[in-house]
Design a protein around this ligand. Structure first.
Ligand code: COA
Length: 316
């Protein structure tokens, strides 16, 4: 489904991220399994990733950073949405732990849409703002090292841990807005990428790659068309950070350049639902986005799910 233009202001009042301390380089992995830095770099663009920590711990650190940068009293947060595929427990939602540690008693829930989860969260949060809420904390957080089998070279090289968070605000002082969006699922592709209870991540890498390129192109194009925006008008694209070659293939068809793109996957690997807000934080800290700029988010992952959203940026 592709969204219509909502007439509510949207401001990214604070952005933050957190990575665990422990770095796992391609050379470290080469000492554990039959692979090499050269192979991983060439096929994926990934050089290192972080491991360790807990999903709630990383989410709290990223959430706290976003709140601090927003300058708001944490008590003014009216809802927490946590996108994750690696919750601390089967229940309750990890968002409850995050809320407790941030001193919040507002509504919270976890959102599971795999690597597209944060984009889904952005649309959901925008809906809450349209319903009259003023401030929402949207987090993506993952501990993917709990899901992968570190003897399987075809998957272990790809993933890492981390969290990213934004404080979203609807205020009359904001010139920002969500211009258009697109969310979709093809449940027939579920077998390509899944993790059962008590088993590690299963993936058909080649097919995931092929489908990922196709859904990134289709979804991004739909979202751009809906807003009547051309690729060259977008200041920054913040994509899910899975593989640089997926982006290069999709960008060729969409007309984007890598220079227009927030890329952190070389340092983080694929952090699933956390990857877009981590890349956004990196871009914001490097002053790559100004008020009034067009920013496109695009995510994709298991399900297969995908989502894209175009915003007119208004930051802190
Ligand atoms: N190191 C060295 N060799 C490896 C390897 C590794 N880590 N992983 C696989 N290989 C080998 C394979 O065994 C195969 O060997 P063979 O030709 O002797 O059978 C060869 O490399 C090619 O494997 P293939 O799977 O075709 O490689 P690829 O170019 O498709 O790259 C991925 C594999 C996983 C990097 C790539 O398919 C990919 O990134 N897919 C998308 C995954 C993804 O993004 N998932 C998350 C989505 S949210």
């Amino acid at each position: 489904m592709t969204g219509n233009r909502p007439a509510i202001p949207l401001r990214f009042s604070g952005v933050g991220s957190a990575l665990p301390q422990k770095v796992l380089t391609n050379d470290d992995l080469s000492a554990m399994m039959d692979t090499s830095d050269e192979w991983i770099t060439e096929r994926t663009g990934i050089k290192e990733r972080r491991i360790g920590g807990s999903t709630s711990g990383l989410a709290i650190e990223a959430g706290q950073a976003a709140i601090t940068r927003s300058g708001f009293d944490p008590a003014s947060i009216e809802h927490v949405v946590l996108a994750t595929t690696t919750p601390d427990k089967r229940m309750p939602g990890t968002s409850a732990t995050v809320a407790r540690e941030l001193g919040l008693t507002c509504g919270t829930f976890d959102l599971q849409a795999a690597c597209a989860g944060w984009v889904y969260g952005l649309i959901v949060a925008n809906g809450f703002l349209a319903q009259g809420m003023e401030r929402i904390l949207l987090i993506g957080a993952e501990t993917m090292d709990r899901m992968v089998d570190f003897t399987d070279r075809s998957t272990a090289i790809l993933f890492g841990n981390g969290a990213g968070a934004v404080v979203l605000e609807s205020s009359d002082q904001s010139n920002g807005e969500l211009l258009s969006w697109d969310l979709g699922t093809d449940g027939d592709l579920l077998h390509l990428l899944y993790t059962d209870y008590e088993s590690s991540l299963h993936m058909d890498g080649r097919e995931v790659f092929r489908k990922a390129v196709s859904v990134v192109v289709d979804s991004s194009q739909k979202t751009l068309d809906k807003a009547g925006v051309r690729a060259e008008e977008v200041k920054l694209v913040v994509p899910h950070q899975a593989n640089i070659r997926i982006l290069e293939s999709a960008w060729k068809r969409l007309g984007f350049s890598i220079d227009q793109t927030a890329v952190v996957l070389d340092r983080t690997g694929n952090t699933s639902a956390a990857s877009i807000p981590i890349a956004l934080d990196d871009a914001v800290q490097k002053d790559r986005v100004d008020d009034g700029d067009l920013v496109l988010f695009v995510g994709f992952g298991a399900g297969m799910t995908w989502g894209s959203a175009l915003v007119r940026w208004h930051g802190n």
